[in-house]
Ligand binder design. Structure first.
Ligand code: G3P
Length: 214
């Protein structure tokens, strides 16, 4: 299972990369806006820190502007993946971009039907937003199970990025289902490593260590 970090914050990317678990980065306009830096320069910096895929999102909503923006973003670095929101024009844009060898990540996916379409047009990645589905009272992880089943029925190569991850259980459930990738906020990466029994265990071992005759 690959871990992407869901952030545009350079400090977080550097720190998580030091743990040796960052296989890629996903950004979106909301994450980039938090950084108060020019978008292209920030993306350039991120691509220089991480060898794996770095998703950068287009703003245009018609195929022509999506393709134009995608071509320009793709010039930033060869590990840029173009994120496009799952609307009709994005499907058209994905077909054009795949033919040009530009990698795509179809985002804001909230249904199995949408994920099926993303795979049909040859998207490299699809990003179902499970936390936002949970927020509506439905089960986001059920969508991951459905997409997994559909993709395996037909051997679709589109990789599933479990997105809108809010807690460690999301990551574990995604792994149980065999999702290809989880894109995880830095705070959740930190939560993944922590367990109170580990801390209690360390404390006890250190106390006992002091009792060993020198
Ligand atoms: O990867 C998508 C993510 O950035 C959205 O997360 O928590 O805003 O739903 P959230």
């Amino acid at each position: 299972m690959k871990f992407f970090i869901d952030t545009a914050n350079v400090k977080e990317i550097k720190e998580a990369s030091e743990f040796g678990i960052v296989d890629g980065v996903t950004t979106n306009p909301s994450l980039i806006a938090r950084e108060n830096k020019k978008s292209d320069a920030l993306l350039k910096e991120i691509t220089s820190l991480v060898r794996g895929p770095v998703s950068a999102e287009v703003i245009g909503l018609d195929a022509e502007s999506m393709v134009k923006e995608a071509r320009s973003l793709a010039k930033i670095s060869d590990n840029i993946v173009i994120k496009l929101p799952l609307v009709k024009d994005a499907l058209k844009a994905v077909s054009i971009l795949s033919a040009e060898g530009i990698k795509t990540n179809v985002t804001l996916c909230f249904s199995a039907a949408q994920a099926l379409l993303a795979a049909k047009v040859g998207a490299d990645y699809v990003s179902p937003f499970i936390g936002r589905i949970d927020d509506t009272g439905s089960c986001g992880m059920d969508l991951i199970a459905d997409i997994k089943k559909i993709y395996s029925n037909y051997g679709f190569k589109t990789r599933i990025i479990v997105a809108s991850v809010r807690n460690p259980l999301h990551v574990v459930d995604a792994a149980k289902l065999g999702a290809d990738i989880a894109t995880i906020p830095f705070s959740v990466i930190e939560q993944l490593v922590r367990h109170p029994l580990t801390d209690i265990g360390i404390k006890k071992f250190l106390e006992d260590h002091k009792k060993i005759p020198k």
